[in-house]
Structure formats: structure tokens, C-alpha cells
Design a protein around this ligand. Structure first.
Ligand SMILES: Nc1ncnc2c1ncn2[C@@H]1O[C@H](COP(=O)(O)OP(=O)(O)OP(=O)(O)O)[C@@H](O)[C@H]1O
Length: 250
């Protein structure tokens, strides 16, 4: 296995990805998507469209029935899983799925320690990841003493501490107040990482992602600049997507 070159770091390629669950339900039908380094792409779509199924292929949690996912030039496969999981960082909707240690610092150190980091290298990695989300001041607090929005930031730090090349955010705006939403968007934007944002929150997609795709029925049915996609009312209606009531374009 060759490592990534400077030009492939942060590249995500999905080719002909198809998947059926064991009960026979086909959830993805040949999804193609190429994301270039530093691009932020929203993955939009109604309930049951296949978004979660798609995301679970990006780090090899689910194995493609057909097609391929390639991260930084490395195909997702059984023998590349460890490398892929270090490179693809998924921040799940519920931070409590990702936080289970007695302190924030321990939670953020967990992944890099498993990679073999120790001493000042580990401390630096942890502190940088907490600094990036504005949570360094909470390093010694128990995660369960923090607010939901703070826990979401710590969960993001656990992922950043792995030095990922591709970041995946699952419903990042859910349960955040308006200020926390904006702050989290600023954090994500400042990272400059290749980022996929899975969301039903179309305005958050507009704020965070220059490009969007619509996934519906296990297929990508639209791919383009987010404002162009969101201005197409027929397209939105056809895929059960709606801008908030009363929203008007500036
Ligand atoms: N474990 C499973 N076994 C069988 N079918 C499943 C399983 N998980 C999901 N599905 C089906 O696969 C399809 C895609 O589901 P998925 O959860 O990927 O959609 P989604 O776009 O993430 O939806 P939501 O927006 O509601 O979270 C749906 O038809 C769903 O019923």
C-alpha cells in the first residue's frame, strides 16, 4: 500500500457504490462522487434516501456490494481498514456515541494513543485538537458535565486528534442553538479539510458547503453549487426537501 502524495491527501472518490442490506433491501444503486482536497460538500436527501448507508461505507463500517470507495488514493478494503479509519473522521450526530472516558483529555487522547503516540507528541496532538474546537479550557472536565454543544465539539476533537484527511459530519447543526451552529460552522470552515456534511438543514448546507449533492432512492440525483440546487424549487419538492417556511433569498 502506498501512502498518499501531496496531491491525493483529502481526495475522496466513490465509484459505482451499490449496497443491499442482508434482508435484501437495496439502499445504494451505483453512487459516484468525487470530492477534491479541501472541498466541503453537503449530502442532502429525504429520510430513507441512503445517506447513513453511504456514510458508513466511507470508513468501511459497511462493505460495498459493488463499486469502490477510495480515500487519498487508498481503496477501502479489509486490509486497509485501519489506515482508512484514521483518515476518515466521522462526527456522529450524538456526541455521546463517541465520548466514554472520565475526562475530555482522555477521550481526545484515546485514538492517537491507540496509534502509538506517547509523551509530548500525544499531549501536543490532544491540545491542538481541543484548541481547534475551542475546548482546550475544558480538557480536564468530565464530558458528561458539558453541554450538548460542548460535547459535540469534544467529539469533533476526538476525530481531529487522528489527523484525518476527510471529515464527515452527521447532522452537525442538530440540537445546537443559533450561536453554537454559527460557531461550529466557523470551526469547520477554518479547518480547511475535505468535508462531507450530511444534513436535513438546508440553510446550514448553504452556510457551510459551496457544493451539494442530493441523494434519493440510493442514487445521486443532483450535484452542483449549493445555492443553485437550493434555488431549484421543483428539484427540492421532487425530493421532499424544503427551505424553512418564510425563507427568502437575499
Ligand atoms: N439495517 C438495515 N436493514 C435493512 N434495511 C435498512 C437498514 N438500515 C437502513 N435500511 C434501509 O436502507 C434505506 C436507506 O436508509 P438510510 O438509513 O441510509 O437512509 P438515510 O438517508 O440516512 O435516512 P434518514 O434521513 O432518515 O436518516 C432505507 O430504505 C432503510 O429502510
Amino acid at each position: 500500500m502506498t501512502g498518499p502524495t501531496g496531491s491525493t491527501r483529502g481526495t475522496l472518490e466513490v465509484r459505482g457504490l451499490a449496497f443491499a442490506y442482508p434482508d435484501g433491501r437495496q439502499a445504494l444503486f451505483g453512487v459516484d462522487l468525487t470530492v477534491t482536497p479541501g472541498e466541503r460538500v453537503a449530502v442532502l436527501g429525504p429520510n430513507g434516501a441512503g445517506k447513513t448507508t453511504f456514510v458508513l461505507h466511507l470508513n468501511g463500517t459497511l462493505t460495498a456490494g459493488a463499486g469502490q470507495v477510495i480515500v487519498d488514493g487508498i481503496p477501502v478494503a479489509r486490509d486497509t481498514l485501519k489506515e482508512i479509519r484514521r483518515r476518515v473522521g466521522i462526527v456522529f450526530q450524538d456526541p455521546d456515541d463517541q465520548l466514554f472516558m472520565a475526562s475530555v483529555r482522555d477521550d481526545v487522547a484515546f485514538g492517537p494513543r491507540n496509534l502509538g503516540l506517547r509523551g509530548t507528541e500525544l499531549t501536543t496532538r490532544v491540545e491542538q485538537a481541543l484548541q481547534a474546537t475551542g475546548m482546550l479550557g475544558a480538557a480536564d472536565r468530565p464530558p458528561h458535565h458539558l453541554s450538548f454543544g460542548q460535547r459535540r465539539r469534544v467529539a469533533a476533537s476526538t476525530v481531529l486528534a487522528m489527523d484525518p484527511t476527510v471529515l464527515v459530519l452527521d447532522e452537525p447543526s442538530s440540537n445546537l442553538d443559533p450561536q453554537a451552529r454559527r460557531e461550529f460552522a466557523d470551526i469547520v470552515t477554518s479547518l480547511g479539510l475535505t468535508t462531507l456534511v450530511v444534513t436535513h438543514d438546508l440553510l446550514y448546507a448553504l452556510q457551510l458547503c459551496p457544493r451539494s449533492v442530493i441523494l434519493d432512492g440510493g442514487r445521486i440525483v443532483a450535484d452542483g453549487p449549493t445555492d443553485r440546487i437550493l434555488r431549484d424549487q421543483q428539484l427540492l419538492a421532487a425530493h421532499r426537501l424544503e427551505l424553512p417556511f418564510g425563507f427568502t433569498w437575499p
